[in-house]
Ligand binder design. Structure first.
Ligand SMILES: Nc1nc2c(ncn2[C@@H]2O[C@H](COP(=O)(O)OP(=O)(O)OP(=O)(O)O)[C@@H](O)[C@H]2O)c(=O)[nH]1
Ligand SMILES: [Mg+2]
Length: 297
């Protein structure tokens, strides 16, 4: 996994870390990213598979309906993280997961500094697939991520308009999957971007309500905004945890290496003792032999 910053890998601290821990660079950069985020507005970051509807969702939430700000499309569209400051929050759009390695790396760059995670899923493909479950487990495994995850994670089912008959059943399944995998029951919203867009453009309030985007906006701009202080505390927790993880990993690696050195040191001592014993025996045997030879001739 990757951090919220692009570290200077040539810097002595990163070179040093590389010599000790495999993911030391990522952990250090996660720590630096978390520090850099202190006192910044809360970050609301999308995540989800390719074409789940992440960018459309952010256009709806930030009212970019007529002219989209976050590019959308039928084929792989978002390849770089994109941010927008809106109503005391920073909204971050990420590339679809599981498409290419670079896209995943770019998305993780944004995810490590996210306060709120909008996990976007297309119910048209059914419940969550294994790649999504693996992603959620990895997300929960990040330093300090478990704390407050129930509030930080918001699950969004898009395309309500095309999945009306099945979406409730899928929502139930998705909630069960998340409970089984993370042990939490985060809020879940079913939304329709296209209904919201049409409703807004044509002044049809019923369509706007049907899209349930206003409900999600209310949750973000009222409920989550109220939890600002709690999110600050969670940020601090993530900083502390990434420090702790890094130090623990280095400590463990140093004690593993020390054990190996002691083991090899003992092996060396034993080999040295055996050599000197053997050599002494040989020399004394030779001396006896030579003495006997001298006496004879
Ligand atoms: N019918 C319907 N179509 C939607 C909805 N949300 C998004 N779409 C369409 O789905 C396609 C993909 O949407 P995007 O918002 O680009 O999806 P994305 O997850 O950002 O895609 P990548 O950035 O490529 O991973 C677009 O053609 C959208 O118009 C929705 O609620 N209903
Ligand atoms: Mg996109």
């Amino acid at each position: 996994m990757f951090s919220g910053m692009n570290p200077d890998l040539e810097a002595p601290i990163y070179k040093g870390l590389n010599r000790y821990v495999n993911d030391g660079v990522q952990l250090m950069a996660a720590f630096e990213g978390a520090i850099a985020a202190t006192a910044q507005p809360l970050r609301i970051t999308t995540c989800g598979l390719l074409k789940a509807g992440k960018s459309s969702l952010l256009n709806a939430l930030t009212d970019h309906i007529e002219t989209e700000l976050f590019a959308t499309g039928a084929t792989r569209t978002t390849v770089q993280n994109q941010t927008l400051s809106h109503q005391n929050f920073v909204f971050v759009d990420t590339p679809g997961l599981d498409a290419t390695e670079e896209d995943d790396k770019e998305a993780w760059n944004a995810l490590s500094t996210a306060d709120v995670l909008l996990f976007v899923h297309d119910p048209g493909v059914g419940e969550l697939d294994q790649a999504e479950i693996n992603f959620l487990s990895e997300l929960a495994g990040q330093p300090g991520a478990q704390q407050g995850l129930e509030e930080r994670l918001v699950v969004i089912l898009t395309r309500l308009d095309s999945n009306e008959e099945v979406i409730d059943a899928i929502a139930q399944k998705v909630q069960n999957q998340i409970k089984n995998c993370l042990g939490i029951e985060p809020r879940l919203f079913q939304i329709s971007f296209t209904s919201y867009q049409k409703g807004k453009l044509e002044g049809k309030q019923k369509l706007v309500e049907y899209s349930r985007i206003p409900l999600l906006q209310q949750h973000i701009f009222e409920n989550l905004a109220r939890l600002h202080y709690q999110f600050e505390v969670l940020r601090q927790g993530r900083i502390d945890e990434s420090c702790k993880q890094l130090i623990n990993k280095i400590d463990l690696e140093i004690s593993n290496r020390t054990e190996k050195i002691i083991f090899h040191g003992k092996e060396f001592d034993r080999a040295y003792e055996a050599l000197t014993k053997d050599a002494d025996k040989l020399i004394s045997t030779l001396r006896t032999k030579f003495a006997a030879y001298n006496e004879t001739y």
